[in-house]
Design a protein around this ligand. Structure first.
Ligand SMILES: Nc1nc2c(ncn2[C@@H]2O[C@H](COP(=O)(O)OP(=O)(O)OP(=O)(O)O)[C@@H](O)[C@H]2O)c(=O)[nH]1
Ligand SMILES: [Mg+2]
Length: 223
C-alpha cells in the first residue's frame, strides 16, 4: 500500500487538486482512498470527495504530524482492512510539515506491521499569492518547501508569466535544486506528472538524525 501526502499552506489548493488527482488515479485502475485532517472545523471536503465515489476517512482533533499519530495509524489500519487501497492520499492540515508527516507514516508502518511505501511528499504553493504569504508566514512556508520532495506551483491558470517566474525564484532560493512542477486544479496542468510521481517514486524513510541535521542547518539550534 502506498501513502502519498501533501503539504501546503491554507488555501493553496490541496483539496481541489487531490480530488482531480484521485480521479486520474482511479481511471488508471488504482483503488484510491483519501484521508483528510482538518483541525477544528467540520469538514466539507469529505462530501466533495465522497461524491466522486472515493473512500474518505477523517482524522480530526490535531495535526497528523504532531499530535494524532496514534489515530493516524488506526485510520490507516482500518482503511487497509476494509478497502485494501492501492494508494492512500493524505491531506493534512495546512500547517503540517513534511518531516512530521514522514515520521507519522514511519510510526504507522512500525505499529501496524503493514508494508507501507511512502510516495514523495509534494508541497503545494499558491503561485498567485506566495509573495505576500512569504512576508506573513514565511517561516512555515519555507519549512514546507525545504523539507518537501517536490513542490507544486499551483493556480498557474490565474498567474501571469512574471508571477510564475517570481514564484520559481522564491522556491529555488529556499530549496535549491528542488523538483518543481507547475499545476492547476482548474486546467488539470501537472495532474499526470504528479500521478506518475506518487505512483512510481519513493520518499526517503524518516530518519531522526537527518531531521536533526536539517533543523540545525535551518535554525542553528536545537529542536
Ligand atoms: N484559479 C484557481 N483556483 C484554485 C485552484 N486550486 C484551488 N483553487 C481555489 O482556491 C481555494 C482554496 O482551494 P482548496 O482546494 O480548498 O485549498 P486547500 O489547500 O485544500 O485549503 P485548506 O484545506 O483550507 O488548507 C478555493 O476557492 C479553490 O476553488 C487552481 O488551480 N486555480
Ligand atoms: Mg483542503
Amino acid at each position: 500500500m502506498r501513502i502519498a501526502q501533501v503539504t501546503g499552506f491554507l488555501g493553496s489548493g490541496k483539496t481541489s487538486f487531490l480530488t482531480k488527482l484521485a480521479k486520474e488515479l482511479t481511471d488508471r485502475g488504482n483503488k484510491v482512498a483519501v484521508i483528510v485532517n482538518d483541525v477544528g472545523h467540520i469538514n466539507v471536503d469529505q462530501k466533495i470527495m465522497s461524491s466522486h465515489g472515493l473512500t474518505v476517512k477523517e482524522v480530526a482533533g490535531g495535526c497528523i504530524c504532531c499530535e494524532v499519530q496514534g489515530t493516524f495509524t488506526t485510520t490507516i489500519m482500518n482503511l487497509h482492512l476494509s478497502h485494501k487501497p492501492d494508494i492512500v492520499l493524505v491531506e493534512p492540515s495546512g500547517v503540517a510539515i513534511p518531516w512530521g508527516l514522514k515520521q507519522a507514516v514511519a510510526e504507522a508502518s512500525k505499529n501496524s506491521g503493514l508494508d507501507i511505501v511512502h510516495s514523495p511528499i509534494v508541497t503545494f504553493v499558491d503561485c498567485s499569492s506566495i509573495e505576500e504569504q512569504m512576508i506573513f508566514v514565511g517561516r512555515l512556508i519555507s519549512t514546507q518547501i525545504i523539507e518537501a520532495d517536490a513542490v507544486m506551483m499551483n493556480k498557474t491558470d490565474i498567474c501571469t508569466e512574471e508571477e510564475i517566474e517570481r514564484c520559481l525564484e522564491i522556491i529555488e532560493k529556499v530549496h535549491p535544486g528542488a523538483v518543481i512542477m507547475k499545476g492547476s486544479a482548474v486546467t488539470g496542468q501537472g495532474m499526470k506528472e504528479m500521478a506518475d510521481m506518487i505512483m512510481n517514486a519513493r520518499s526517503e524513510r524518516y530518519d531522526e538524525a537527518v531531521h536533526e541535521g536539517l533543523f540545525k542547518e535551518q535554525y542553528g539550534g536545537r529542536k
